[in-house]
Design a protein around this ligand. Structure first.
Ligand SMILES: NC(=O)c1ccc[n+]([C@@H]2O[C@H](COP(=O)([O-])OP(=O)(O)OC[C@H]3O[C@@H](n4cnc5c(N)ncnc54)[C@H](O)[C@@H]3O)[C@@H](O)[C@H]2O)c1
Length: 412
């Protein structure tokens, strides 16, 4: 009941409470992230676990157009076998396509298909770009219909499928528009990696390196030992592959779980994402720059942050060199023209600070696998770290040359 405030409050009613309500509620979130080998093989029902079952069941599948050549046939066959009507929507899903227009394409198709509010979860099949676009569309359509993530890239497996975030790029800014809209499930099938370009495998390894350096020393040691084999085998057949993926997913899940809505803006998983977002976008948009993939930009940020840490007397020189050598073994870049420009790095930091509500909140490793936050980084330190990164690269170059000379000289 609304109380008119013109007359004196009734006995027992204080003026300050008149006409004020507080809505307070909680929304528990629970979704599974499950390893599901052969996700579209006939005996696997995971992707149909949620939503309507039996005759007249329907699903809309949004898929990255690029991977249709490899998987469309299997997917169509799968739904036919399961007797589920399937409407496939293939969209271009490169970083350049991560925009409002692609979002609208998916939304228009959802409207055409007439997605039911609860029983027809949208199924998104693709890399991080596709998952982010489709998830955002699912969150907007009828103010939210359920969706399922099926990642097909390494970044998708270990990162984009784990959290709640969706998004698109806007005004040359990465993920400037988006939502927190968790899926109802994410199914991980590393079999998709067999068709992934080597560059995209190394990009995913950039995200895994981030997790390793910031919080998981054992994961780092696995990367150090098995990095080249993981690339060569595309994670299929390497005995460390499952443990690497599982540790990366678990670490990410543990970090995100306590802070899914990012109420706390001190986030360890922001490691590698302090300077890289602007640099990644600029490397793609500025002619004359070497374009960086997401994971490559993250890896450069990791290395730069390790240099900052070493300068502060935190990370030991030997550890810094280990991170650099491992990045090299993972075929990740250890240097880029934009990381030689202190003003660009400062600009990137300032933009990141807006995202962190004015604070730096920089995760900085004290040692491999152990980190802290820093809030007092100066421009002077950035300039010194730019020089430090050059020095590190010179040392890495010397070490590589020495290794090559040693292996050329060693008996076959
Ligand atoms: N929502 C999140 O929490 C989250 C987390 C990490 C990254 N992201 C986003 O993910 C994006 C990066 O994702 P990505 O690294 O997966 O890149 P991507 O989605 O751009 O895919 C990389 C390339 O691989 C192709 N591809 C995808 N699967 C393939 C397969 N199985 N075989 C052959 N080719 C295949 C794609 O067509 C594309 O050309 C960024 O936009 C980033 O913002 C989101």
């Amino acid at each position: 009941m609304t109380t008119a405030s013109s007359s004196a409050p009734a006995a027992g009613v204080t003026a300050s409470t008149i006409g004020t309500w507080v809505m307070e509620t909680q929304q528990p979130v629970r979704f599974k992230i499950k390893n599901s080998p052969g996700i579209f093989s006939k005996g696997n029902r995971d992707v149909l676990e949620f939503g309507s079952q039996g005759p007249n069941s329907r699903r809309m599948v949004v898929i990255d157009r690029t991977i249709c050549q490899y998987y469309l046939h299997d997917i169509v066959d799968y739904f036919k076998h399961q007797q589920v009507e399937c409407h496939v929507v293939a969209i271009d899903a490169t970083e350049d396509d991560k925009n409002l227009e692609s979002l609208l394409v998916v939304l228009r198709e959802m409207e055409k298909f007439g997605v039911l509010r609860r029983d027809e979860p949208l199924i998104a099949v693709g890399g991080g770009v596709l998952l982010d676009i489709a998830g955002m569309a699912a969150g907007m359509y009828r103010r939210g219909v359920p969706y399922i993530r099926v990642p097909t890239t390494l970044v998708g497996l270990v990162d984009a499928s784990v959290g709640a975030k969706t998004g698109i790029n806007f005004e040359s800014r990465r993920n400037r528009l988006g939502s927190y809209y968790p899926p109802i499930a994410a199914y991980l099938d590393k079999g998709f990696l067999r068709t992934l370009a080597p560059l995209e495998i190394t990009s995913g390894l950039g995200e895994i390196l981030k997790m390793a350096v910031v919080k998981d020393r054992a994961l780092f040691e696995l990367l150090e030992e098995f990095g080249p084999e993981l690339i060569e085998t595309r994670f299929i057949g390497c005995r460390a592959a499952d443990e690497v993926i599982n540790r990366a997913v678990s670490g990410m899940k543990d970090e995100l779980q306590e802070n899914l809505w990012e109420k706390n803006l001190e986030r360890m998983v922001d490691f590698g994402h302090s300077f890289s977002p602007i640099i990644e976008m600029r490397s793609i948009n500025d002619a004359g720059q070497v374009a960086l993939t997401h994971g490559q930009a993250v890896a450069l940020d990791v290395l730069f942050s390790c240099v900052l840490s070493h300068q502060r007397g935190l990370m030991a020189k030997e550890e810094l060199l280990r991170v650099g050598r491992t990045a090299q073994r993972l075929q990740l870049p250890t240097d880029h023209a934009l990381f030689n420009e202190p003003l660009v790095i400062l600009e990137a930091l300032k933009d990141t600070m807006k995202h962190r509500n004015g604070d730096q909140n920089l995760p900085i490793p004290r040692a491999i696998g152990d980190s802290q936050f820093v809030n007092d980084l100066t421009f002077g330190e950035i300039k010194t770290a730019v020089a430090g990164l050059q020095q590190l690269n010179a040392q890495l170059g010397q070490a590589k040359a020495a290794d090559q000379a040693a292996s050329a000289g060693s008996p076959a």
